[in-house]
Design a protein around this ligand. Structure first.
Ligand code: AMP
Length: 347
């Protein structure tokens, strides 16, 4: 099924065709631990093995955030946070979605192949309608179509995303296959990707739902949080009076604290608290203090690096320009194939 493509070398080490990777993050607020462990951690590992296209999804953000006054600053922040986490703009194409105009063209074609009924059934659409009933725009309904356009525009095979994106990826496969059946094989089937097999969902600190840019802010750990705020949020995480039986199953909110600990603490630390839990002598105050300190050690260097990168606006603009050049080259090649397959090449 996967089609060979002329690889656009995205960095100095690439000369042969490699598997294509594409993913994006919306500039709708500060990035958080969910973005890091669901998406960015994979980006950083993948940049050495794959031909990677990573974008700031500013067009997607317009479906829910129509006010663009803060957009540029938010785009810069997402770029800076990605770089601070270890993404190397020399190795990957790091760009802004609106800089690749072919996205809009492919989105248009794909919209003719996406049916109202299937779009209305999308869980994220239903959630957003519930949260914001006065702004149910067509862009919101066709959000998965735009996402498909972003991915298949580079003929990507792998899409590193968190668990919340599973259904969107299934739809991307449906739309790519529908195009291939109708007009001829152009696109590989994109797969959601995570190095540890299962897609990740980073839970919020209150045990209800997931960490998020805009909801649940006191229960979400942001990569920009100060040490003091991190400690405050972690210490507020819900616990109880502890297990009364040895090896008892953990309630969800306790399981979540352990899950967060596994992300940032050493295996020995996690094991010690697991043993304490199983022997009924766990002190949740100590568990949360340890988690808070390990979170501070994880987040503080990223926050400080981001702040330094944000000082250099010209440098960020340069990175975006270079990224757009790489993405435009790849998009141009794909669109030639798309127009030819659809019979839209009249001369
Ligand atoms: P978004 O913040 O919706 O633009 O998502 C950007 C990326 O972060 C996507 O790949 C999401 O799947 C991922 N992501 C967002 N929140 C979480 C979370 N709580 N746990 C895991 N992944 C997440």
């Amino acid at each position: 099924m996967e089609k060979k493509r002329d690889s656009t070398p995205a960095g100095p080490n690439e000369s042969v065709s490699r598997q294509i990777v594409m993913s994006g993050i919306r500039p709708t607020g500060f990035l958080h631990l969910g973005n890091y462990f669901g998406a960015m951690r994979n980006y950083i590992k993948m940049q050495d093995e794959f031909d990677c296209f990573f974008m700031v999804a500013d067009l997607h953000s317009l479906t829910t955030h129509p006010d663009t006054r803060e957009l540029k600053a938010n785009v810069h922040r997402v770029l800076a946070e990605n770089i601070a986490c270890g993404l190397d703009p020399e190795k990957v194409a790091l760009y802004c979605q609106s800089q690749v105009h072919e996205t809009a063209e492919l989105y248009l074609y794909l919209n003719m192949m996406a049916y109202k009924g299937e779009l209305e059934k999308t869980t994220t659409f239903k959630d957003k309608v519930r949260l914001n009933p006065e702004n149910v725009n067509a862009g919101l309904l066709t959000y998965p179509v735009l996402q498909t356009a972003d991915i298949i525009l580079h003929r990507a095979s792998y899409v590193p995303v968190g668990k919340d994106q599973e259904q969107h990826l299934e739809m991307a496969r449906t739309f790519a296959n529908r195009f291939n059946h109708r007009y001829g094989e152009v696109f590989p089937e994109p797969q959601a990707f995570n190095y540890n097999q299962n897609l990740v969902k980073v839970p919020s600190l209150d045990g209800a739902g997931k960490m998020s840019k805009s909801e649940n802010q006191m229960a979400t750990l942001y990569l920009a949080d100060s040490d003091e705020i991190i400690r405050k949020k972690v210490m507020k995480a819900k616990t109880d009076s502890g297990p009364t039986e040895k090896n008892a199953p953990k309630p969800d909110y306790i399981e979540n604290i352990f899950l967060l600990m596994k992300l940032v603490s050493s295996p020995a630390t996690v094991q010690q608290f697991e043993d304490d839990y199983n022997n009924c002598n766990i002190r949740y105050g100590d568990l949360k203090k340890q988690l808070a300190e390990d979170m501070v050690s994880f987040i503080a260097p990223i926050r400080n690096k981001t702040d330094a990168i944000l000082q250099d606006e010209k440098g960020l603009e340069q990175i975006m320009r270079k990224g757009a050049e790489k993405a435009n080259k790849s998009a141009g090649e794909t669109m030639k194939l798309v127009r030819a397959a659809m019979g839209l090449n009249y001369f």
